[in-house]
Design a protein around this ligand. Structure first.
Ligand SMILES: C[S@@+](CC[C@H](N)C(=O)[O-])C[C@H]1O[C@@H](n2cnc3c(N)ncnc32)[C@H](O)[C@@H]1O
Length: 220
C-alpha cells in the first residue's frame, strides 16, 4: 500500500469524529467568526474562483463560500468528502489529489489549504502545480503549524512519516520557504493570535496541544 493510500485510509476512518469535533455547538459560532476573519484577510475581495485542497470535512471551503467565493473542495479520503457533502451544500466537493489537482491551467484565482501542508507527500510539487492553476496575481493561502516537532505519532506508520517532508517541521519557516522557492512573491507568515485565544478558551482535539497556527500567503 502506498503512503498516500495509508493517509487516505487514516483520514476516512477519522472523518466522523473529525467532523463532529468541528461542529461542536459550544464553539462553532466563535470558530466560524474567527476563521471567516482569517480567510477574508487572506484573500482579495469575493467573488473569486477558489480551490480548497485537502478540504477534509469542508469547514474552510464552506466559510470561503460564505464569504461569497465560488469554491471547489478536493480531498483523497472518501470518508471526509462524505462528511463535507452531508454538512455543507454551498461547495462543490470532489475526489482529487492536492499534489496534482486535475484543473485547467489559469482557471483559478486562489488556492487554500488548512492543516494540509504537513501531510503532503510532495509539498514542493504541490505548490508548483497550484501556481500553474492560478491566473496571474492569484493567491495561495495556507494555514499550518509545527504540529509534531518531537517526531512520530502513532496514527501514521513510520514509513508514512518518512515520506512526508514537512510532518516533523520544527519551524513554520520550513513551510513558508516551500511557497517562496516555488516562485511565489510576497510570501508572508502571520501568527493567528485570535485562533490561539479560542484554542486556549475551549481546548483542542484529543491528542493535541494548544499551538500557534500560522497563515502563510503568497502571490503568483
Ligand atoms: C488535518 S486534515 C485537514 C482538513 C481540512 N482542511 C480542515 O482544515 O479541517 C488533512 C486532510 O488532508 C487530506 N489529504 C492529505 N493528503 C492529500 C492529498 N494528497 N490530496 C488531497 N487530500 C489530501 C486528508 O485526507 C485530510 O482530509
Amino acid at each position: 500500500m502506498t503512503a498516500q493510500n495509508q493517509i487516505n485510509d487514516y483520514w476516512t476512518g477519522r472523518a466522523p469524529s473529525y467532523a463532529e469535533y468541528q461542529l461542536q455547538p459550544d464553539r462553532l459560532g466563535d470558530d466560524i467568526e474567527a476563521w471567516s476573519n482569517v480567510w477574508a484577510g487572506a484573500l482579495p475581495a469575493a467573488p473569486l474562483d477558489v480551490l480548497d485542497v485537502g478540504t477534509g470535512s469542508g469547514q474552510v471551503a464552506s466559510i470561503l463560500a460564505g464569504l461569497g467565493h465560488r469554491v471547489t473542495g478536493i480531498d483523497l479520503a472518501p470518508g471526509m468528502l462524505e462528511q463535507a457533502r452531508s454538512s455543507y451544500g454551498n461547495v462543490d466537493f470532489r475526489l482529487g489529489d492536492a499534489v496534482e489537482p486535475a484543473f485547467a491551467d489559469g482557471s483559478l484565482e486562489a488556492v487554500t489549504g488548512r492543516y494540509v501542508m504537513w501531510t503532503l507527500r510532495d509539498p514542493d510539487l504541490a505548490v508548483k502545480n497550484w501556481i500553474r492553476l492560478l491566473r496571474p496575481g492569484g493567491t495561495i493561502a495556507v494555514v499550518d503549524s509545527t504540529w509534531f516537532p518531537d517526531g512520530l505519532q502513532p496514527f501514521y506508520d513510520a514509513s508514512v512519516w518518512e515520506a512526508l517532508p514537512l510532518a516533523q517541521a520544527t519551524d513554520i519557516n520550513q513551510t513558508a520557504v516551500v511557497l517562496s522557492r516555488a516562485g511565489l512573491a510576497d510570501v508572508t507568515v502571520t501568527p493567528l493570535t485570535a485562533i490561539h485565544a479560542l484554542d486556549e478558551k475551549y481546548g483542542v482535539a484529543p491528542g493535541h496541544e494548544v499551538q500557534m497556527q500560522y497563515l502563510i500567503t503568497g502571490r503568483a
